[in-house]
Design a protein around this ligand. Structure first.
Ligand SMILES: NC(=O)C1=CN([C@@H]2O[C@H](COP(=O)(O)OP(=O)(O)OC[C@H]3O[C@@H](n4cnc5c(N)ncnc54)[C@H](O)[C@@H]3O)[C@@H](O)[C@H]2O)C=CC1
Ligand SMILES: O=C(O)C(=O)Cc1ccc(O)cc1
Length: 383
């Protein structure tokens, strides 16, 4: 079986060529909506239509090649669509679903969303009793601290979990049809109920985002008196607080929407921290060591690294001379060696870190290959 450069096989093409083209409407093609759109864009049998309230954004979706067409008309995007993906911040989801439900949608179409919380939107859609359409809550559990259409990537969800939250009244055929479409994301699709989703994701994603932001703000306040805090924070601190750079509006909406769950989790967090305080007050070194042992044991049971919530980046620093063309050369050589660079950052101050270029990779294997290649180009690499 042959495979073409966009990754689909000839048998995929012949299967879909005989079937009518499926229209996929994406409402809000930002990081997540845009990345989903790219999973189907250019594949035979799909037409991707982007919607934005902002005409400039709609034009940008087409210019970036994320969608086949874009419109500012909700109705135009929704009409005849087989799948409608609502990819806007959580506080807007219910309103979008209300407005879509008021339109003469294609019978049998599936409306889904990508919000990071699921209970409220699923309950809202259940109450609406959609006529002829099915709503299935969805959450692709991969992302990044970046946002907007420019950050969209076709492989964002590869190997990640994609949670669907059907209810007792969702037809198995509709779930199957959405699952089939989501195969193009190469994510692992799982179905759980919305309340369990919010409890689990609250603990493994939302609480860590709160902790990261609190930690950064605590250190920022010390830094007001002494800039060394910031300058020495380039290593582990930088890594564990990466998620504090998430989009403020997206995170405002997620945290306020999952408020009930988070208040309970913060009580438990307070108890954990108070436990540490008591161990320190009692100078109980063995107690502290025991906490590290318990954490290490559970952590060693986590699944192998896969893209998911709080994916860490793999980074190295490269020392390069201040000459024109050097950065371009490194990027080109990595590209030619098929090493996927996820970000390249020029560091202004040489004092803080061992090199002036920071290269980030999503996969550890790409970092390893870059670290092996770069010295052969004549540059020192640190990681
Ligand atoms: N950021 C992440 O890593 C992840 C986010 N999500 C969820 O995906 C959804 C979208 O988030 P991102 O793609 O990260 O955000 P984004 O900021 O990249 O994209 C948001 C999209 O919504 C549109 N939008 C924003 N405000 C709007 C308004 N007032 N009216 C109409 N459209 C508006 C924007 O134009 C943009 O197209 C959110 O519900 C979020 O909870 C899910 C998984 C991961
Ligand atoms: O950047 C990271 O590692 C994240 O945790 C991204 C993320 C943010 C929100 C989600 O609902 C899912 C994933």
């Amino acid at each position: 079986m042959g495979t073409d450069i966009s990754g689909f096989s000839r048998s995929d093409i012949s299967t879909v060529q005989s079937q009518p083209v499926k229209k996929i409407a994406i409402f809000g093609a930002g990081l997540i909506g845009g990345s989903l759109a790219l999973c189907w864009k250019g594949k035979p049998g799909y037409r991707i239509v982007g919607h934005s309230v902002n005409p400039k954004s709609a034009e940008k979706y087409v210019a970036l090649g994320i969608v086949d067409e874009a419109t500012t008309s909700l109705e135009e995007a929704a009409l005849d669509a087989d799948f409608l993906f609502v990819c806007v911040p959580v506080s807007l989801l219910n309103d979008y679903i209300d407005r879509l439900a008021s339109l003469p949608l294609k019978p049998g179409c599936i409306i889904t969303d990508v919000g990071s919380t699921k209970a409220s939107v699923v309950a809202h859609a259940e109450r609406l009793r959609l006529q002829g359409a099915t709503f299935i809550g969805g959450h692709p559990m991969a992302g990044s601290e970046r946002s907007g259409a420019e950050a969209a990537k076709a492989d964002l969800f590869e190997n990640a979990y994609y949670v669907l939250t059907p209810t007792a009244s969702t037809s198995p055929e509709a779930i199957e049809s959405l699952r089939e479409l989501l195969q193009w994301t190469r994510a692992k699709v799982v179905a759980i109920d919305a309340d369990s989703h919010d409890a689990i994701v609250g603990a493994i994603s939302h609480l860590p985002h709160i902790i990261a932001v609190a930690l950064v703000n605590q250190v920022a306040s010390y830094n007001e008196a002494n800039d060394l805090y910031r300058r020495l924070a380039a290593g582990g601190f930088r890594d564990i607080t990466r998620i504090a750079s998430g989009d403020p509006i997206v995170w405002r909406d997620i945290l306020t929407n999952n408020r009930g769950v988070l208040l309970g989790l913060l009580d438990d967090w307070q108890r954990e921290i108070d436990g540490f305080r008591r161990l320190l007050e009692a100078e109980d070194g063995e107690g502290i060591a025991e906490r590290f042992r318990a954490a290490g044991e559970f952590r060693s049971q986590l699944p192998e690294r896969r893209k998911g919530m709080i994916t860490s980046l793999h980074e190295c620093y490269v020392n390069v001379p201040d000459q024109p063309g050097v950065i371009g050369r490194i990027a080109t050589e990595l590209g030619q060696a098929c090493i996927n660079l996820s970000n390249l950052h020029i560091i202004e101050s040489r004092e803080d870190v061992p090199g002036v270029l920071r290269l980030s990779f999503r996969e550890a294997a790409d970092l390893e290959r870059a670290v092996a290649l770069i010295p052969s180009l004549g540059y020192e690499v640190y990681f």
